[in-house]
Design a protein around this ligand. Structure first.
Ligand SMILES: NC(=O)c1ccc[n+]([C@@H]2O[C@H](COP(=O)([O-])OP(=O)(O)OC[C@H]3O[C@@H](n4cnc5c(N)ncnc54)[C@H](O)[C@@H]3O)[C@@H](O)[C@H]2O)c1
Length: 429
C-alpha cells in the first residue's frame, strides 16, 4: 500500500444533510444493523466487492486499502424537521418496524441540527427546524460551528458531509460561481438567488476539512468556485445525484447497443414515485434540475457525432410522476426503439419495480467511505473515480464525464489498485 495514506484511526463523523429523509434514515439504519450483525451490507462495494490483483488473487477492497470501519462511524446531520432518526424513518416508510426496532435506541439518539434552508429553493417543503441568519455567509458560519461542535462532542477525528436532502431548484451557472472570491462576495452580500443553501453546507464542509458528497442533482459543487476551494483546502468533493435505478439500467444498456453497433431512434423513460422526493420533484423548477442530470447520459455514451448513422436522432424523454400510493417503491418503465441490420426496427421494454432508498443507501455509504479514504490519501478536488456511483458525474470544463458503468467500474478498480500499490493481473481486468 502507498505509504502516504493516513490510517483510518478514531471515529468518523458522517453528517447527513437531510438526516430525516428516506435515503438518510435507510443508510443510517442499515449501517447500524450491519455493524450489529443483524443484516448484511447488500449493494455496498466497500463492504462486499473483491477485485483481482497482480498475483491473480481476488481481494476484498477493504483488505487492499484502509477504509473506516462501520463500527467507527458516528451519524449526525441537519434537517428542517426535528424528528430523531427513528421517528423520521417511521415517517419515511421505507423500512419495516421490525428492522428499525433492532437499532431503535441508537436511532433515537440521533437528532438533527437545525437546517440551513430557504423555502424559495424547495417550495413544496415547509419545515420548522431552521436556522436564522442575516446573510448566506452567516448561515455558513453557523454550519461550520455545527461541524466543529459535533466532532468535539462525539470524539471524531474526521467527518464527511453528505447531501441527501431534497433537490433544489435549477439554476444556471452565473458570475457568482466563477471564482471563490465572487462566491464569497455573493455570500457576504446575501445574494439568495445565486447562493443556494447547499452551497453553504458545501463551503462550510470544505473549510472544516470535511469531504463533501452531493447526492442530489443540485448545481452546488459543480462550480469553479467550489473546485478552487476544494483544491485550496486539499479536500475531496464528489457527486452528483446517486445513480440508483433507471439511470443505472441506462448506463448498462446503452454501452451494450454501442458495443454491438446497434442504432437507437428513441428512448422514453418514465416512472411513478410517491415519497417526499417525488413531491419536491413535482415542482417544475426542481424537476428541471433532475431532468438535466438524467438527460446527459445517452448522448455521452452514444457519441452521435462519431456514429451519426446510429445515434444522430435519438429522441430522449424523461418523466417523473408524483404518485403518492407508491411511496418509496418507485416503478420505472423504459421503452427503447432500436434498429439493426438493414435498419429493421426492434423494441425493448424495461419495467423496474425498485425501492429507491434501498438502492441509494449503499451508494451513499460507499461515497462516504471512499471520500474519507481519498482525504487520507491526499486526493483533493473532484473525485472522478467515484463517477461509478453518480447519475451526473462531476467534471471540470476541460473534461467530459464518463457514464458507461463498466468504464466507471474500471476507474474504481484502477484507483484502488494504485492506492494499494497493486496492478491488474491481465488485460481481462
Ligand atoms: N433515492 C434515490 O434513489 C435517489 C437517487 C438519486 C438522488 N436522490 C436524491 O437524494 C435526495 C434525498 O432523497 P430522499 O428520497 O431521501 O428524499 P426525502 O424527501 O425523503 O428526504 C430529503 C430530506 O431533506 C430534508 N431537507 C430538505 N432541504 C433541506 C435543507 N436545506 N437542509 C437540511 N435538510 C433538508 C427534508 O426535510 C427531508 O427530510 C433527493 O435530492 C433525491 O433527489 C435520491
Amino acid at each position: 500500500m502507498k505509504e502516504n495514506i493516513k490510517p483510518a484511526t478514531g471515529h468518523l463523523g458522517v453528517l447527513v444533510v437531510g438526516m430525516g429523509g428516506a435515503v438518510a434514515t435507510t443508510l443510517i439504519t442499515g449501517t447500524l444493523a450491519a455493524r450489529k450483525g443483524l443484516t448484511k451490507a447488500i449493494g455496498s462495494i466497500t463492504q462486499l466487492a473483491k477485485i483481482s490483483v497482480k498475483s491473480g488473487e481476488e481481494k476484498a477492497i477493504k483488505e487492499l486499502v484502509p477504509l473506516a470501519d462501520l463500527h467507527d462511524i458516528v451519524f449526525g446531520g441537519w434537517d428542517i424537521f426535528p424528528d430523531n432518526a427513528y421517528e423520521a424513518a417511521k415517517v419515511a416508510e421505507v423500512l419495516k418496524e421490525k428492522d428499525l426496532d433492532g437499532v431503535k435506541d441508537e436511532l433515537e439518539r440521533i437528532l438533527p441540527m437545525p437546517a440551513a434552508f430557504d423555502h424559495n429553493w424547495a417550495k413544496r417543503l415547509n419545515g420548522t427546524h431552521i436556522k436564522q441568519a442575516a446573510t448566506r455567509w452567516e448561515l455558513m458560519e453557523q454550519l461550520r460551528e455545527d461541524i466543529r461542535a459535533f466532532k468535539q462532542a462525539n470524539g471524531c477525528d474526521r467527518a464527511v458531509v453528505l447531501w441527501a436532502a431534497s433537490t433544489e431548484i435549477y439554476i444556471p451557472l452565473s458570475a457568482e460561481h466563477q471564482s471563490l472570491a465572487a462566491l464569497e462576495k455573493a455570500m457576504k452580500e446575501n445574494n439568495t438567488t445565486a447562493v443556494s443553501p447547499s452551497m453553504c453546507y458545501a463551503y462550510a464542509a470544505l473549510q472544516e476539512g470535511c469531504p463533501f458528497v452531493m447526492g442530489a442533482p443540485n448545481l452546488c459543487v459543480d462550480t469553479p468556485a467550489m473546485w478552487e476551494l476544494s483544491k485550496q483546502t486539499g479536500v475531496p468533493i464528489s457527486g452528483k445525484d446517486f445513480k440508483s435505478g433507471q439511470t443505472l439500467m441506462k448506463t448498462v444498456l446503452a454501452p451494450m447497443f454501442k458495443t454491438r453497433m446497434l442504432g437507437v431512434s428513441g428512448w422514453f423513460s418514465t416512472n411513478i414515485l410517491g415519497n417526499r422526493d417525488g413531491e419536491v420533484l413535482d415542482d417544475p423548477d426542481n424537476f428541471k434540475t433532475k431532468e438535466v442530470s438524467k438527460l446527459s447520459v445517452i448522448d455521452n455514451i452514444f457519441e452521435p457525432e462519431k456514429y451519426p448513422d446510429l445515434y444522430k436522432d435519438v429522441y430522449h424523454k424523461v418523466r417523473i410522476n408524483y404518485y403518492p400510493p407508491r411511496k418509496d417503491n418507485k416503478e420505472a418503465w423504459d421503452n427503447i426503439d432500436l434498429f439493426g441490420w438493414m435498419g429493421y426496427p426492434m423494441e425493448i421494454k424495461v419495467n423496474f419495480l425498485c425501492r429507491d432508498s434501498i438502492l441509494a443507501a449503499p451508494i451513499a455509504l460507499d461515497l462516504v467511505l471512499f471520500s474519507d479514504l481519498a482525504l487520507r490519501a491526499g486526493m483533493s478536488g473532484i473525485q472522478t473515480w467515484l463517477s461509478f456511483f453518480c447519475k451526473s458525474p462531476m467534471h471540470d470544463f476541460d473534461h467530459q464525464p464518463v457514464h458507461d458503468l463498466f468504464t466507471q467500474w474500471r476507474m474504481v478498480k484502477q484507483t484502488i489498485r494504485e492506492l494499494a500499490g497493486e496492478e491488474a493481473p491481465s488485460y481481462l481486468d
